[in-house]
Design a protein around this ligand. Structure first.
Ligand SMILES: Cc1cc2nc3c(=O)[nH]c(=O)nc-3n(C[C@H](O)[C@H](O)[C@H](O)COP(=O)(O)OP(=O)(O)OC[C@H]3O[C@@H](n4cnc5c(N)ncnc54)[C@H](O)[C@@H]3O)c2cc1C
Length: 469
């Protein structure tokens, strides 16, 4: 998102009197770790998540092509089975040394209805694979997160969200789903058919079965105007709530040690598809790392350089089909903590976070992301019955995230935050139980559909296992 990086590099260089910018070696260090394949094989294939912070060596990695094959695999296998999507969660939801099953081969649109604007899709579909076929059917997802690499089932698993004060998280778009439980049995459910299973399954971290098909409430295809503006932190704090109510989608980022951030708003438009320039936040992140590396000991100079540079940046506009106008590529890897706070506390919490970060953690350079999400009625949704602000903090994937996250997490908790299920946190089942009024209802349904605990790896065993209340 940061543009004109040559200017920033020149300013940093001038400020620190160094001719050396980013070396080839440090560029290589920014490169993502190698990805592993998902395949059925007798040879053990290690699995790791996107950031490389979670890994395991499962006895089997399977990718069934049909529901019948999935049922057969569940019945024939022994030990723990974990569903995996695109491996983009940071928490230990997937790792097991027994069996990992991906539904990547069960993807695409199955059917659609022009009147209701609903479509039934395979749950293994990556979000990015759904845009074009839904578009051809005259439909588009109501909202999307900031990348489109995730599988649909993975998004449901952790209550993945985009931003928009009047828009819910992704599970709120689901009207019906199909699930294979821990005994290999197939169930259909919706709000009117097996409602408890439906509610529990919508956000369930793959702990009560494999979601195989999903019927989504979509919207008609539409173009979106996306506009970014650089603003001072104080101006953002002043205007954020009003901007969130004004725009269909609104979020902002604060850039640590700069006093500056940028707002990012989406609205429906009739304008023709316009700038095709790709908004690439990664370029900017590399430059922020450079500024950190060279000016960590002189925060005032860092703020002067970064802030001066950012004040030179122009607004950017991109008009595109909606499904092509949400996601960015994230090639600079990181680990992340994100908490969902009651909306009324979001901006106060952010101000405290900024203060803690800039007074205690000069090593941090990733922007802080701030989003708005509408409340819902899903038992394990972090947005359960409250309109929400989400605040996300990040650490570069090669650097220890614990010191920074342990400074910030108490601020999130002070404001009664609920962590994103896929992002790092230190909460225990007692903590979660206090945050979720339907925790015990969820546990009861989970046990009914997975009586032998087939879906419980060590992390989920701690949350939902037999000793859990
Ligand atoms: C770069 C990056 C950007 C991100 N941006 C956002 C964002 O904008 N908003 C947001 O909310 N989150 C975001 N996330 C988090 C991400 O959306 C979630 O962690 C999401 O769950 C990842 O989906 P996945 O397909 O990778 O699933 P995985 O991480 O592989 O799995 C997630 C959960 O889903 C379960 N699961 C997978 N498939 C099935 C299935 N078929 N049936 C039942 N359960 C299943 C798994 O068992 C697991 O519990 C981001 C993560 C990264 C790395």
């Amino acid at each position: 998102m940061l543009r004109r990086r040559n200017l920033l590099q020149a300013m940093v260089t001038a400020a620190v009197g160094s001719g050396a910018l980013v070396s080839t070696a440090s560029r290589a260090a920014l490169a993502p770790p190698p990805r592993s394949n998902t395949a059925s094989t007798a040879r053990r294939l290690p699995w790791r998540n996107w950031s490389g912070s979670q890994s395991c060596l499962p006895a089997a990695r399977e990718a069934p092509a049909t529901v019948a094959q999935l049922q057969e695999l569940i019945s024939a296998s022994e030990g723990v089975i974990r569903p995996v999507g695109a491996g983009h969660s940071f928490t230990a939801l997937v790792p097991t040394n027994d069996t990992i099953i991906s539904l990547a081969r069960m993807s695409g649109v199955i059917s659609h209805d022009a009147d209701s604007l609903q479509a039934t899709v395979w749950a293994g579909s990556r979000l990015g694979e759904l845009g074009q076929p839904l578009h051809e059917a005259g439909q588009a997802l109501i909202n999307m997160p900031d990348i489109d690499e995730q599988s649909l089932a993975g998004c449901l698993g952790t209550a993945t969200h985009g931003t928009g004060a009047s828009l819910g998280c992704m599970p709120t778009f689901v009207r019906a789903l199909q699930l294979v439980d821990g005994r290999g049995e197939l169930h259909e459910c919706s709000a009117n058919n097996n409602a408890d299973l439906f509610n529990a399954a919508l956000v369930s971290m793959g702990s009560l079965g494999f979601i195989t098909q999903v019927t989504l409430q979509n919207t008609a295809t539409h173009r979106m105007r996306r506009e970014t503006h650089w603003r001072s932190f104080d101006e953002i704090i002043e205007s954020a709530d009003a901007l969130a109510d004004k725009h269909r989608n609104f979020e902002f980022y604060y850039i640590p040690f700069s006093g500056m951030g940028f707002t990012d708003a989406h609205d429906l438009t009739d304008e023709p598809v316009g700038s095709t320039e790709k908004l690439d936040p990664n370029e900017g992140v590399e430059d922020l790392k450079l500024a950190r590396d060279l000016m960590q000991r002189v925060p005032k100079l860092r703020e002067l350089v970064l802030g001066s540079y950012m004040r030179t940046l122009d607004s950017e506009v991109k008009i595109e089909q909606s499904w092509n106008n949400y996601a960015s590529e994230r090639n600079v890897r990181f680990n992340e903590m994100e908490y969902h706070l009651p909306r009324e506390h979001g901006l106060a919490a952010l101000q405290e976070i900024r203060k803690a970060l800039e007074s205690q953690h000069r090593e941090v350079f990733f922007p802080i992301e701030f989003r708005y999400i509408k409340g819902d009625d899903i038992w394990l949704s972090p947005f359960y019955q409250r309109d929400t602000c989400s605040i996300a903090v990040h650490r570069y994937f090669e650097e220890d995230f614990k010191p920074f996250f342990s400074t910030i997490e108490p601020i999130f908790r002070k404001y009664n935050g609920r962590p994103h299920w896929g992002k790092l946190n230190t909460l225990t089942r007692q903590d979660f139980r206090a945050l979720y009024p339907h925790w015990d209802d969820f546990i009861a349904v989970r046990r009914q559909y997975d009586p032998q605990g087939r879906f419980l790896n060590p992390y989920l065993q701690q949350l939902f296992g037999q000793t859990a209340t």
